[in-house]
Structures are given as structure tokens and as C-alpha cells.
Design a protein around this ligand. Structure first.
Ligand code: PAF
Length: 284
């Protein structure tokens, strides 16, 4: 039987009973509008842990644009039905006023890893992500937590916070789940017009072509990035946010040569919808 709760005290009560019975607790934080990518994270948690908690909270702190927050897809009823079907034990669905009550002024700020890619493109985004994730970790107190590789930088940033702030949780990263045509699953995909949706798989195709060039011996970062950018520019209503090749750990852009295992990451707007995707060169 799945419990759906809104209050911190209810989560703490259930989780402390599980911990007292030495149950391993897995956690998948989400912003709802669930899809098969989330289902994969949840399935992995269910397989490895005795109890799985999923949170649904569209976190206003991590949105740098009001219109983006307002248009973020929401599908509470379908989400709860999916979570029940998957066999999740507890859904934590806090209200904004409880998460950020009046007078809330504390933020988690991280340097270094947040200064490139999405961190550079969306000022304050990772302060918002880290603040909410730390709060959620403190409430749920999971043994393990799952995040998707599509948000590669997010996973690295969270891992660093966990290390730096001694959070007693192990962070797992699961591979990107894709549609049959290659489009990385994202809650934002449902905002695409039919024309944008038809073109969107070309984002992953551009990454794959770059990977083929890399495997064939092209190492020059500029040549590889230009190749991807050219492909993306051909998409309808496209505006490139970034095309980067970085060290997979420091996330610092490579300046001359790319190496095997480097992160190739892109963010591109199709109309008003911002999509991201990535792969590790020579490894995918
Ligand atoms: O990846 C997401 O959906 C969000 O950034 C997260 C981790 C749930 C924090 O709001």
C-alpha cells in the first residue's frame, strides 16, 4: 500500500519505523510529470532497497525564468497512478509554503562545478537544486538516492555536495532513457509542438555523429563542437544555449584535444522549450 504524504513529520515517522526495522531506504527526487526515465530510477531503487520513497515537488528555487516555472508540465494524477503501479512505498509531495515558509533565507551555494554548462547558462539554478535536494535528504534520510545521467552536471554537483557536507547517502546515476527515435526522455518533451517533436531526435543524432567523428580519430575540440552546432542550427526554431566538450569530472571545457570519456553536452531551445542531452565520447 502506497502512502502519499505532504508533511515532513509524516515522512520522518514512516522512515524512522523502517530504519528501526533495518530496512534499506532508496529515494528518487522528482519534479513530477513522470516518464519512463523516472520509472527506471524507481525500478532500480525498488530492486536494491527494501523501501522506496519518491518526492514530487516543482522547486521554484531552481527556475531562473518565471515563465519556465509556470509552463513546467504537471500531471499529479497520472504520476500517482504510475508510482502505485510501480510499487513505490511512499510519495512525499510537499507544498511550496511548507518547503519554503516565510522567512526562509538559507541557500546551498557551490563553486567550481556549477560554473560551466547549465550552471553558466542558468544563473542560480544549482543553488536551487542543491538547496532542495539537501532539504529532501534531511527529511527522507535515504541510504541511496537515484538521479539520471541526462542531468549529468546535476549528478556531479550533488555528489560533490554529499562529499563536502558529509551527507550519509550514496548517489547513483542511471543511464539516459530514450524514445525509440533517440530523443532523451524529459518532462519538457510534452511541451514540444508536433513539428518540434519530429525534429528533436536530431539532437541525439548530432551527438552520435560527433561520437563517430571522435572514434574515427578527430580530436580537435573546435572541429567537433562546430560539427554539432551546425547540425543543431538546422533544427526548426532552434537556439543553441551551449555545445561543450568537458572533462567529465571537473566539467571544465577542453581547450584543444578531446579525450575518451569526455563529456559532450548540449542545451538547445526549440522555440521556448529547452532540451539537454549528453554522451561520453568513445564510451556510449
Ligand atoms: O532533476 C530534477 O527533477 C530536479 O532537479 C530535482 C533533483 C528533483 C530537484 O528539484
Amino acid at each position: 500500500m502506497m502512502s502519499v504524504v505532504r508533511h515532513t513529520s509524516d515522512v520522518r515517522c514512516l522512515v524512522s519505523d523502517w530504519k528501526a526495522a533495518r530496512r534499506k531506504v532508496g529515494f528518487v527526487p522528482t519534479m513530477g510529470a513522470l516518464h519512463a526515465g523516472h520509472a527506471r530510477l524507481i525500478t532500480e531503487s525498488l530492486a536494491e532497497c527494501d523501501r522506496t520513497v519518491v518526492s514530487i515537488f516543482v522547486n521554484p528555487l531552481q527556475f531562473d525564468r518565471k515563465d519556465d516555472l509556470e509552463s513546467y508540465p504537471r500531471s499529479d494524477e497520472a504520476d500517482l497512478a504510475l508510482l502505485e503501479e510501480l510499487g513505490v512505498h511512499l510519495v512525499y509531495q510537499p507544498r511550496e509554503k511548507d518547503m519554503y515558509p516565510e522567512g526562509f533565507v538559507t541557500r546551498v551555494v557551490q563553486e567550481g562545478l556549477t560554473e560551466t554548462l547549465c550552471g553558466a547558462a542558468r544563473p542560480g539554478h544549482f543553488d536551487g537544486v542543491l538547496t532542495v535536494v539537501l532539504k529532501l535528504f534531511n527529511v527522507v534520510q535515504p541510504d541511496l538516492a537515484w538521479f539520471g545521467q541526462k542531468d549529468y552536471q546535476q549528478v556531479q554537483v550533488i555528489r560533490r555536495m554529499v562529499k563536502d557536507l558529509n551527507c550519509p547517502v550514496e548517489v547513483r546515476m542511471s543511464p539516459i532513457v530514450r524514445e525509440a527515435d533517440g530523443l532523451a526522455l524529459s518532462s519538457r518533451n510534452r511541451l514540444l509542438t508536433p513539428e518540434q517533436r519530429a525534429a528533436a531526435p536530431r539532437i541525439f543524432k548530432a551527438l552520435q555523429k560527433c561520437d563517430v567523428a571522435f572514434r574515427s580519430g578527430q580530436r580537435n575540440v573546435d572541429a567537433l563542437r562546430v560539427q554539432v552546432a551546425r547540425e543543431l542550427e538546422g533544427l526548426p526554431e532552434a537556439r543553441i544555449d551551449y555545445v561543450e566538450i568537458t572533462d567529465p569530472r571537473s566539467l571544465l571545457p577542453r581547450r584543444s584535444d578531446a579525450a575518451e570519456g569526455d563529456l559532450l553536452a548540449v542545451a538547445v531551445y526549440l522555440g521556448a522549450v529547452r532540451l539537454i542531452d549528453n554522451l561520453l565520447l568513445g564510451r556510449s
